[in-house]
Design a protein around this ligand. Structure first.
Ligand code: NI
Length: 398
């Protein structure tokens, strides 16, 4: 196979990929509700021919492409498909038509990239052995996440490696972010209820003020990061919601606090809930209040396998040159790609999709978020070359 052919096939499919992305952008669906999205994916894959399709859950799609060179290992490639509960504030012709729902994280681009890679790989099937497993996952944005469900449904059975990519607006177009080892944090959630005693705001001595106590809990929780944990250990403890009270002259009996903990290290992840509870218990007891504390574990941290990451890095270097490679610091956002990494060595990469010159500067989950669509070609190219390399160990040239 000529490298020229690969490039031509990808160049041919990219206008379609951009049209697919725009269609998906216009019709976003929330996590676990990706009914039309998954049907769109299913129909497209079916139209390519030569892909064995299944629906492991109601709103996910898995495709298998069998290589024409005989039996061999299996490479899984994953794309997520869900959108967010955000009202879009862009004025594209392909702006969201679903009120209050928006593809504000680039998953529309991920879906389109994997569709395009699938199309190209069906045309190249005689150049690889083994199997490519295409995982179109629902519900990345909402715990417990779709990945865990798909793993339970067996989509990783027999998989030797798993790869995935995120279009990433904080990274400029042209760069590919490669991280070895810990990459994305475990995103845990906590809920606290401060149980005081309500009463008249002018007679505070007869109350146990849940707001004043809750405020002290918030302040003291900051000591975990600043005083209980090694300063070189990445950890976030953020209270993001504080609900109490109804009016100016009533001290509320209860206050509800919610927030998130982001952590990489499993040992620290085990210790943080106890450190939190010690503070909550101590502060509430000091003021005669009671409490409820619930700590929910979210996704596992994304930790990239060294060999798989090195192979992807080598592909990026050979196709786009050394200058395309970026080594960003780990990020404290969560990703349920980690669920697949429990089953096979895997790596997740970032594809630079921001572009200051084009005004593409808004962060993920922002009402004006978008991607530089030209970045999608890089994702498709890396997926296609990864399939050829992992399933062939042949030299990759462009
Ligand atoms: Ni995302």
């Amino acid at each position: 196979m000529e490298a020229e052919n690969v490039r031509a096939l990808i160049a041919d499919v990219m206008p379609k990929a951009i049209a697919w992305r725009r269609h998906l952008h216009q019709h976003p669906e929330l996590s676990f509700q990706e009914v039309e999205t998954s049907q769109f994916v299913y129909d497209k894959l079916q139209s390519f021919g030569g892909i064995q399709l299944s629906r492991p859950t109601k709103t996910s799609v898995v495709g298998k492409i069998t290589g024409g060179k005989g039996p061999g290992p299996t490479l899984a490639i994953r794309a997520d498909m869900d959108a967010l509960p955000i009202e879009e504030n862009n004025d594209f012709p392909f702006k969201s038509q679903n009120p209050g729902v928006m593809h504000a994280c680039g998953h529309d681009g991920h879906t389109a990239m994997l569709l395009a890679a699938a199309f190209v790989l069906t045309r190249l099937r005689h150049h690889f052995s083994g199997e490519i497993r295409l995982i179109f996952q629902h519900a990345e944005e909402l715990a417990p996440g779709g990945a865990e469900e798909l793993v339970r449904a067996g989509v990783m059975d027999g998989v030797d490696w798993v790869i995935g990519a995120h279009l990433w607006s904080p990274l400029e177009f042209g760069k590919i972010g490669i991280l070895y080892g810990p990459m994305m944090a475990a995103p845990d959630i906590f809920h606290i209820i401060i149980k005081g005693k309500g009463g008249h705001a002018a007679i505070p001595d007869q109350t146990i003020d849940s707001i004043a106590i809750g405020a002290q809990v918030v302040t003291n929780l900051q000591h975990i990061v600043s005083r209980n944990v090694n300063p070189l250990e990445p950890l976030v403890v953020s209270v993001t919601k504080f609900v109490a009270g109804t009016t100016h002259n009533v001290i509320p009996g209860t206050a509800e606090l919610t927030g998130t903990v982001r952590v990489f290290d499993e040992a620290w992840r085990d210790k943080v809930p106890a450190l939190m509870e010690r503070i909550i218990k101590g502060v509430t007891a000091a003021h005669g209040a009671d409490y409820e504390f619930v700590y929910e574990r979210g996704y596992r941290p994304v930790v990239n396998d060294a060999d798989v990451t090195a192979k992807l890095e080598a592909i990026v270097r050979s196709v786009y040159g050394e200058e395309a490679i970026a080594h960003p610091k780990p990020i404290m956002v969560g990703e349920d790609f980690s669920a697949y990494q429990q089953k096979a060595p895997g790596a997740f990469i970032l594809i630079g999709a921001g572009n200051r010159e084009k005004g593409i500067v808004f962060p993920h989950h922002h009402e004006r978020f978008t991607i530089d669509e030209d970045a999608m070609e890089k994702g498709v190219t890396i997926f296609v070359h990864a399939a050829l390399r992992f399933l062939n160990e042949a030299a990759v040239t462009r």
